[in-house]
Each structure stands twice: as C-alpha cells, then as structure tokens.
Design a protein around this ligand. Sequence first.
Ligand code: SAM
Length: 243
Amino acid sequence: MPTTPRLFVSAVLSAGRAVALDEEQSNYLLRVLRLGAGSEVRLFNGRDGEWAAALSAAGKKAEVTPVSQLRVQPPPARPALTLLFAPVKKDQTDLIVEKATELGAACVVPVLTQRTQTRTVRLDRFRKIALEAAEQTERLDLPEIADVASLDAALAALPSGTALVFCDETGGARPAAALMADMKGRDAALLIGPEGGFTPEERAFLRSRPGTYPVSLGPRILRAETAAVAAMALWQAVCGDWG
Ligand code: SAM
C-alpha cells in the first residue's frame, strides 16, 4: 500500500486552519500523484508535530487543511550530533547533506579548511536537500544548515561541552568506536576533511585543541562522503538513538 504523502510546510499547524502549498508541492500532489480534493496528506513544520490533513482545494494551487494530529513534536534529540565537513564536489556534497539529515544530525556546518577546493556553497540548495530528506525519512524536524565558516570560526561556534571527533585519516588515532563508547551522553561534532585531507598545521592544531578527540575509521582511506556517513552511523549506534 502506498504511504500517505508527507510534506514540510512552514505555516502553523492546527485543526481546521488551511495551509496554502507552494507551486512545487501543489504540482507534486495534483499532477505527479494526481490526488483529488479530500485526499489525505501528512504535514509537519518542525514545531507542531505531524498532522493528517485533507486536500481541500484542487485548482492550480493546492490547499491542505489539518484534521488530526498524528504525532506530537518530540523535544530535540539528546545528545545532539553536529556534522562539520569540508565541501567536496557538488554531487558528493549533496549526498553528505542528505545522509546527515537521514542519520539524524541536528546541525550541518560546511567548513573551509586549507585544502578545501569548493569554497562557495549554495545554502538554499542544502536546505532544500535537507527538507526533502526529512520528508522522506519521517523526521519531525529539520537539521540546522549553518552558514559556511572557516575551520576556526566553526569550532569557536560549537556549544561549550561539545566533544569534537576529529576524523584523522593519517592513523595513529584511537579507533572511533572505542572513543565514542567513552563519550556517551555528550553532544558531539564530527569533523570530516576535504579530498586533500588536513594540512600538518591543521592536524597539529586539532590534536592540541582541548575537547578534541582524533579518531581512525580504519586502515582504508575513505572518500569524504563515505567517512561522513560511516562516522555518523557509528555515532548513532554507540551514542545516539540506534540503541
Ligand atoms: N587525501 C587524503 C589522503 O590521501 O590521506 C584523504 C582525505 S579523505 C578523502 C577525506 C576525509 O575523510 C579525511 O580528511 C578524514 O576526515 C576522513 N577520512 C577518510 N578516511 C579516514 C580514516 N580511515 N580514518 C579517519 N578519517 C578518515
């Protein structure tokens, strides 16, 4: 049986209060899915939980009216997971944002390291990717997509007490699973470098930074997007909500 379509809207959700959908969502419901008036959809806005709603107007633009609440908005997940990553090529960067959303990151921060080659990013595009991934993955919230920042600025902006897990491909670091087992209950930020890796100066700075834990993701050098997915999955299994 096909699942009921699920859409993110920014409007307040409450029973009987109609919400106008944008052109893209209207097109999806009316022309792609060919739904008619009275069809059921699900709505969430990151604040008011999830609602069953009825398609109440089926002209060119769709309108949906919340009928009953299906799920109450849960408090933000604790401990929280932040992903700091150096943007790579477009498709791989898109994949990192999508997978971070699927894997429950609360915040995604593009960081400019010395060897980051892609230095401009489209935050609106990242937000759209995150929104679509949240719709698909049954999340009730969206990850925060932070503005691109230098490595120093991104680290300075981390909430105090956040453990920084520095994914260091050069080896000699603790295995990631063992390190994470020791940081259960703490908010964590995972740091993934660019295609060219971190410079020796960055590595020295990170290794001496208080609250920073260099980890190894095994003997193979992973592509940045693989390393991001692997590290997030491991953190969810050891410290997060997979337990
Ligand atoms: N150019 C680098 C080299 O050949 O050594 C590889 C960089 S790798 C493609 C991109 C990022 O993924 C790294 O900076 C690191 O954060 C992460 N990474 C990849 N493999 C890793 C591993 N085995 N352990 C820890 N981190 C890893």
